[in-house]
Design a binder for this molecule. Structure first.
Ligand code: AHG
Ligand code: MN
Ligand code: MN
Ligand code: MN
Length: 322
C-alpha cells in the first residue's frame, strides 16, 4: 500500500504544502492516541469553560486545539490559524504562505460515549503582502482552499484528503504511524436512499425542508415512490465519511429554535472543507440557495445551512427550495 507523501506529490501538491499537511497529521496522530486511551488518558468529560460560540468545551476539545495550535505555530508553515476553540485568529510566521482553519474535535457530544469524533481542516494561501494579525486574511471563499481534509477517530483512524485532484482516503497504520492509501479517488454514487438529519428539529425547519423530508418519510406511498433509511451519527465528520464511502444525503438546515442562531455548522472549518471533499468526489454541497464554496465569508465563526451528498438527491432537495 502507498504512503501519503508520494501520493500527494503525484497530485501536484508542493513540498511546502505537503510539510504543512504532515504537521497537521502529526497532531492528529497524537489526538488519535489520546482518544483511543479514553478514560485511561483522563480526557473524558467537560471543562468549566465555554468557547466564544457559547458551547461548553470538553477536555478533548481544548486538548486537541492545543496540540494543533502548538505544532502549527512551532513549525512555521502557517501565517495564521483560526479554530473553533479560539475566540480570534492567532498569528504565526509572518513570512509563511499558508493559513489553516480547523475544527480540532468535531462531534464533541460523542466523546464520552466512545463514539465517532474527528478533526476537520481547511488550508488556504494568505493574500500577498498581508498581515498575519489581520483576521480578514481568512475572508476568502471555499473555492480558494488549496487542501481540505478530516481525520476520523473511529475503530480505525482514517484521513480523507483533497488537494484539488480528487478525494483520497487513507488509513493510519498504528504499527508504524503512516497513513496508507486504502481507498483511491472516492466517488459518491449519484443516487441514494439514505438521509442524515437531526429529525428532532423538524418542526423548526423552513417549509422547503419540511416538505422535502415529508416526502422522504412517506416512502413508497408518497410522491417519491421509494423508501428511505435514516442515519445520524451526531458528528458531521462521521456522517460525511459515510456519504463519501457509500453515498447519502446529509443536512443541517436552517431552523428557528434560537432566533439568534439560525444555523449550526461553521463555514470556515466545517462546511467549506467538507464541501471541497464532497465536490471532489462528485457530490454537491449547497446552503439550499447557493453553492457553499462560493460564499464570501465575513466572520471567522460564521455559520451556514448545509445540504450535501449524492448529486441526484441533493438536486431533488434543492428543487424544493426553488
Ligand atoms: P462540534 O462538536 O465541533 O461543536 O460540532 C458538532 C456539530 C456537528 O459535528 C454535528 O453534525 C452536529 O453538531 C450535531 O448536532 P446535534 O447535536 O443537533 O445532533
Ligand atoms: Mn463545539
Ligand atoms: Mn464540529
Ligand atoms: Mn469541534
Amino acid at each position: 500500500m502507498r504512503r501519503l507523501p508520494p501520493v500527494l506529490l503525484e497530485d501536484g501538491c508542493s513540498r511546502e504544502l505537503l510539510s504543512l499537511i504532515r504537521t497537521i497529521l502529526a497532531a492528529c496522530k497524537e489526538i488519535s492516541f489520546r482518544v483511543g486511551q479514553g478514560a485511561l488518558s483522563g480526557v473524558l468529560g467537560s471543562t468549566l469553560d465555554e468557547n466564544i460560540q457559547g458551547e461548553t468545551q470538553k477536555k478533548l476539545d481544548v486538548l486537541s486545539n492545543q496540540l494543533l495550535k502548538d505544532i502549527l505555530l512551532e513549525t512555521g508553515y502557517v501565517k495564521a490559524i483560526a479554530s473553533e476553540e479560539e475566540d480570534y485568529t492567532v498569528a504565526g510566521n509572518p513570512d509563511a504562505k499558508f493559513i489553516v482553519a480547523f475544527d480540532p474535535l468535531d462531534g464533541s457530544s460523542n466523546i464520552d460515549i466512545n463514539s465517532l469524533v474527528g478533526t476537520i481542516f481547511s488550508i488556504m494561501e494568505a493574500p500577498e503582502g498581508s498581515d498575519a494579525n489581520d483576521p480578514s486574511i481568512f475572508m476568502q471563499p471555499g473555492d480558494k482552499q488549496v487542501a481540505a481534509g478530516y481525520v476520523l477517530y473511529g475503530p480505525s483512524t482514517m484521513l480523507a484528503l483533497t488537494v484539488g485532484k480528487g478525494t483520497r482516503i487513507f488509513t493510519l497504520d498504528k504499527t508504524h504511524g503512516s497513513f496508507l492509501l486504502t481507498h483511491d479517488f472516492a466517488q459518491i454514487p449519484a443516487k441514494t436512499n439514505e438521509f442524515a438529519l437531526n429529525m428532532s428539529n423538524q418542526r423548526h425547519w423552513q417549509p422547503a425542508m419540511q416538505n422535502y423530508v415529508a416526502d422522504l418519510l412517506a416512502g413508497e406511498d408518497g410522491p417519491r415512490k421509494e423508501n428511505f433509511n435514516m442515519r445520524w451519527i451526531a458528528a458531521m465528520v462521521g456522517d460525511v465519511h459515510r456519504v463519501l464511502t457509500r453515498g447519502g444525503f446529509f443536512s443541517y438546515p436552517a431552523d428557528t429554535k434560537d432566533p439568534k442562531k439560525p444555523y449550526k455548522l461553521r463555514l470556515l472549518y466545517e462546511a467549506n472543507p467538507m464541501a471541497m471533499l464532497i465536490e471532489q468526489a462528485g457530490g454537491i454541497a449547497s446552503t439550499g440557495t447557493e453553492r457553499i464554496m462560493s460564499i464570501q465569508p465575513d466572520a471567522i465563526h460564521q455559520r451556514v445551512a448545509v445540504i450535501l451528498g449524492s448529486k441526484d438527491e441533493v438536486e431533488t432537495c434543492l428543487s424544493y427550495h426553488n
